[in-house]
Ligand binder design. Structure first.
Ligand SMILES: *Cc1c(COP(=O)(O)O)cnc(C)c1O
Length: 394
């Protein structure tokens, strides 16, 4: 049997094929909308799905550049197949439209990315799909939420922005028993630190805009799972057209080659920053899955191999003090998004999660004073020095 290479080697090598025409070392960017058939019979066979190959860049497998990225990502997540998208939201939309139809029921983690919350609370109900938002960190709540019509369970763990964690293996097991699909938004952890498919989930997705691309210079989404679901989804992808551009696909391939190294540094820095913040008298609380003070720290240890680069905290004095802190930082960038090489700081209640109703934010723990930090890969001492001077200035 062929020896299976390790994660770091997959990051660098999997999917890469030497250019068959000129021997280019890196995967070429196939900047083309359409593909030339050898003859009319071949064109017809490709359209009929009787012959594999490329036809038109909107239709999966899109282009050879997309195919390399999909193969690499699927290998990293431990999935049979992968699919790329124009954005993380395009991925979540295509997955939802593939798995759910009128009359179906969806169970979603109550703390999810703001636009996911809006898609699930505003768009899907209009299509006749019922949605229950559930605190999935408590298994009893998940069990109670199932109905005969439940077709999909959507988990975000760690959740954006509260870093709440849910038991993926246990929920995936229950979902399977009930005949529902278990989908995990793995954007915060990345396959380097958490592999939902290995824990029993059916699909794992990431916003490539974050750690996958890794350099805050593109929008993209990606999913991995079994071939059967991916085949069903490819029709939806072709019909709805939320396709990643070939240049973005190339940037993601390049980003993934250093995923393992970047994630190590993000996590190492985040742990140091979390410990620093927790030691400060100006700070009310810190949430980081790597801290023993995190309510699900034990679960994090069980299902993650590291804790990634995202943390949340609140300074004493709530929202006013938090705003002053964000205005005082110099090295950290005041910006939404995450998973960039530089440290990003933002205020979910007025920015990424402003679309979530105030009463819902309160219930799920997105307090008005919560500040979210995406810890970058700068020198940790410099990040801490910046936060220190800002805390002293508020
Ligand atoms: C950013 C993000 C998304 C959406 O991704 P886009 O690429 O911005 O569409 C979805 N889920 C999580 C957890 C995110 O952080």
């Amino acid at each position: 049997m062929e020896r299976e290479v390790k994660f770091a080697t997959k990051c660098v090598h999997t999917g890469e094929k030497p250019d068959p025409v000129f021997g280019a070392h890196t995967t070429p960017i196939y900047q083309t909308s359409t593909f030339i058939f050898e003859n009319a019979r071949q064109g017809a066979a490709r359209f009929a799905g009787e012959e594999s190959g490329y036809v038109y860049a909107r239709i999966p497998p899109n282009t050879p550049t997309h195919a390399v990225l999909a193969e690499k990502f699927a290998a990293l997540e431990g999935g049979e197949a992968g699919q790329t998208f124009a954005s993380g939201m395009a991925a979540i939309t295509a997955i939802s439209l593939t798995a759910l139809k009128k009359g179906d029921h969806l169970i979603s983690t109550d703390v999810v990315y703001g636009c996911t919350y809006s898609l699930f609370s505003q768009v899907l109900p209009g299509l006749g799909i019922e949605v229950s938002f559930v605190d999935t960190s408590k298994i009893e709540n998940v069990k109670r939420a199932f109905k005969p019509e439940t077709k999909m369970v959507f988990l975000e763990s760690p959740a954006n922005p509260t870093l709440t964690i849910c038991d993926i293996a246990e929920i995936a097991r229950i979902a399977r028993e009930k005949g529902a699909l278990c989908v995990v938004d793995n954007t915060f952890a990345t396959p380097y630190f958490q592999r939902p498919l290995e824990l029993g989930a059916d699909l794992s997705l990431s916003s490539c805009t974050k750690y996958i691309g890794g350099h805050a210079d593109l929008l993209g989404g990606i999913a991995a799972g079994n071939k059967d679901f991916m085949n069903r989804m490819s029709s939806v992808v072709g019909y709805t057209g939320g396709i990643m551009g070939p240049h973005e696909a190339w940037l993601c391939i390049r980003g993934l080659k250093t995923l393992h190294i970047r994630m190590e540094r993000h996590a190492e820095n985040a742990m140091k920053v979390a410990e620093f913040l927790e030691s400060r008298p100006e700070v009310e609380w810190v949430r980081y899955p790597g801290l023993p003070s995190h309510p699900q720290h034990e679960l994090a240890l069980k299902q993650m191999s590291g804790f990634s680069g995202m943390l949340a905290f609140e300074v004493k004095g709530g929202i006013k003090a938090g705003r002053r802190l964000m205005d005082k930082v110099k090295l950290c960038s005041l910006a939404v998004s995450l998973g960039a090489t530089d440290t990003l700081i933002q205020h979910p209640a007025s920015m990424t999660h402003a679309c979530v109703p105030c009463s819902v934010r309160k219930r799920v723990g997105i307090t008005d004073g919560l500040v979210r930090l995406s810890v970058g890969i700068e020198d940790s001492g410099d990040i801490i020095a910046d936060l220190k001077q800002a805390l002293e200035a508020i």
